[in-house]
Design a protein around this ligand. Structure first.
Ligand code: SAH
Length: 231
C-alpha cells in the first residue's frame, strides 16, 4: 500500500512539473491540482495512468478531462475565492474538486446519475463541503441558484452555448465552454458585458464529449460501467 502511494505521489509531482512546462503558471491552480488526488476519480483498471496527461474513460461513454485542459480551463475562469460557480458535466467530479479549492461554492450538474453518485462519494471522501451536485439537464442551467459569477461547461455545445447559461450569469461574469464548429471544437471564453452583450475569445482547440439534452435514461451506455477504487 505504502509502495503504491509513493509511486502515485511521484507520478503526481511529475504531472505538476509537466503542467508548468506547458505554460500553467498560476500557482493557486497548480497548488489545487497538487492537493486533489486524481486516482480516486479514475477507474480501477486505469490506476497506473491516473497521473498521465490524458483523458480517461469513466464509464457511461464519458471521460475525465485531460489535466492540462482542466488547468487551462480553470485559469481561464479567473477565479476569486468569493466566486459562485456553475459546472455543467460533473462527470468524475475531478474538475469540480479543483474548483472547490479556488472559489466559494461550486454547483455542478450531471445527466448520468451513476456518474453523479460516484462523484458525490468522492466529494464526501475528500471532505469538499462547498460542492452541491445534482442529476439533471445542465443545458437549462440552475435557475434557483443563479446568478453565477462564472460558468464552466465540460461538454461541447453544438454551434453555441445554451441561452439559459448566458441568462444565469451575472454581468462581468465569465463562461468557459467548448463549442463544436463543423468537424472541430474550440474552447471559448465568453464575458458578459451587459444584459444582452458579450465579448468572446477563442482559447484553443479541444476534444470533449457532446453536451446532450435531458437526464440520461438508466439504459444509456449502461454496458460501459466501470469499477472504481475502494474509498
Ligand atoms: N468535468 C468532468 C468531465 C466529464 S465529461 C470531469 O472532471 O471528470 C462531460 C460530462 O458532461 C459527461 O459526464 C456528460 O454526461 C455530461 N453532460 C453532457 N451533457 C450534459 C447536460 N446537458 N447536463 C449535464 N451533464 C451533461
Amino acid at each position: 500500500m505504502l509502495q503504491t502511494l509513493k509511486a502515485q505521489d511521484t507520478r503526481k509531482i511529475r504531472l505538476i512539473m509537466h503542467l508548468r512546462s506547458q505554460g500553467v503558471a498560476d500557482t493557486a491552480v497548480l497548488a489545487a491540482m497538487e492537493r486533489v488526488p486524481r486516482e480516486v476519480f479514475v477507474p480501477l483498471a486505469m490506476q497506473d495512468q491516473a497521473y498521465e496527461d490524458i483523458a480517461l474513460p469513466i464509464g457511461r461513454g464519458q471521460t475525465i478531462s485531460q489535466p492540462l485542459v482542466v488547468a487551462k480551463m480553470t485559469m481561464a475562469l479567473e477565479l476569486t475565492y468569493n466566486d459562485k460557480i456553475l459546472e455543467i458535466g460533473t462527470g468524475s467530479g475531478y474538475q469540480a474538486s479543483i474548483l472547490a479549492h479556488l472559489c466559494r461554492r461550486v454547483y455542478s450538474i450531471e445527466r448520468h446519475k451513476p456518474l453523479l453518485i460516484h462523484a458525490e462519494k468522492v466529494f464526501d471522501h475528500l471532505k469538499l463541503r462547498n460542492i452541491t451536485a445534482i442529476a439533471g439537464d445542465g443545458m437549462k442551467g440552475w435557475a434557483n441558484q443563479a446568478p453565477f459569477d462564472k460558468i464552466i461547461c465540460t461538454a461541447a455545445a453544438f454551434d453555441k452555448p445554451p441561452q439559459e447559461l448566458f441568462d444565469q450569469m451575472r454581468i462581468g461574469g465569465i463562461m468557459i465552454v467548448p463549442v463544436t464548429d463543423g468537424d472541430k471544437q474550440i474552447l471559448k471564453r465568453y464575458k458578459k458585458e451587459g444584459d444582452d452583450t458579450f465579448s468572446v475569445k477563442d482559447l484553443m482547440p479541444v476534444r470533449f464529449v457532446p453536451l446532450l439534452p435531458n437526464l440520461a435514461p438508466a439504459s444509456e451506455n449502461a454496458d460501459d460501467d466501470v469499477l472504481y477504487p475502494e474509498i
